[in-house]
Design a protein around this ligand. Sequence first.
Ligand code: PLP
Length: 462
Amino acid sequence: MTNELINKKDIYFPSYSGSNDNLNTLINKTSQIICNWFSNSEKYGPLPIDEEFKCLMPCENGNSPEDLFSEIEDLILNSFNPVHPGSLAHLDPPPLVLSIVGDLIAAGLNNNLLAYELSPSLTNLEESLFKWFSKKIGFGKHSGGIASSGGTLSNLNALIAARDHAGLSSDPNAVFLISEEAHSSFIKCAKIMGLHENNLIKVSTDNEGSMDLKCLKNAIVECSKKNKKIFSIVATLGTTIRGALDPIEGIREICKNNNIWLHIDGSIGGIFLLTDIQIKGLNKINFADSITLNPQKILGITKTSSLLLISNIENLKNTFSTGLPYISSKNNVLDRGELGLQGTRPAEVIKLWLGLRFLGLKGIEDILKSSIDRKVFFEKNLSNEKYEIYSGPLHIISFLPKGMSIEESNSWTHINRIKLLKCNFMLSRPEFKGKYFLRAVMGNYNTSESHIGDLLKILNSL
Ligand SMILES: Cc1ncc(COP(=O)(O)O)c(C=O)c1O
């Protein structure tokens, strides 16, 4: 490292007139460190077993880049590694290379998706991408949407808009319905919306993990008896523990007959709608009022990347628009901070756009199809004599030796998760149906059949 680099003032900010050699050197060095970490994944495993990163805080005179680089290396070595082929625990796939580039560009531009004047090309890009997504899933010309930092926020934006649309924003009897296998973050949504826990109604699922339509109809009757007013039914396309799909056509009929907003939490399965992959129960969903898609969860668009698509963009405007008194707006261009909860937003759209442009529809399909293929191969070869197995049509599978009590499931999963980690396989340990399970999420493109074979050998002999 050169002496000039150690002169920190030179690199407080990029120079507006100089060569920016220092910044260039730092970025190259960073890129080298990250690439080395990727290349040496096998050496470090998917997760450090005992994390020991020393968290040093800022000191009086600041630190040199040399000091910081040694800390960066330490930070990285103590991180979860999504690129490792044994990383099969969560919906956190390896990052797409073009998305990593996109993140760097976004940081360099430091534009703000709050308003057009702070991000002219990016505002245009985000709006165009939403038009593209909306068309792909069959929404009409009034549709659009907003990106936000994660599926929880996208679902929350949708629920707030649905309640507002129903005119129930200050009604304590407003309720929404989800399946009992829907994501736990809906509890958070209810809390944030000031709703009592009884205003979040959980509908039972059938043996396949799909919302039971009879139970849904009964729940609606019960709500009406208790003067509860339903502002949305949420159908999950891809449940978190077993990748199950709610019966969206049946739910659509019920929503239509009762004039209820249908929101689809497609955080996991929604992205499949961009492809021709045939998955039973995952059809065009253009009749929904809104849908969440999370390109971060399988495609590998770097975090965070979550999209809320809505069939009528006016509903987002009516709900969230306050006017931005300190912003100079341009005629006919919407300042996108007016469409959701977040004000300032980073240019996450760049990594999404570059990732999708690079992959093309064929690449997207390849990644998604490979995740299903891996799950099918795994499921076919996991002993169904030994294990109780839960898996819907998507790429997630949970399992536990048959006949275990709650206590046995607790200790079995605990011990064997660590054992697997020592063999460089990281699986998760969800609580499900009152017991603990091991769960594999097969969204890692680096995981080959031979890796899965090695995992199966261990699991079938436990
Ligand atoms: C089905 C589903 N919905 C919503 C969420 C919440 O998404 P996020 O963690 O991006 O906020 C998750 C997270 O795994 C999920 O699996």
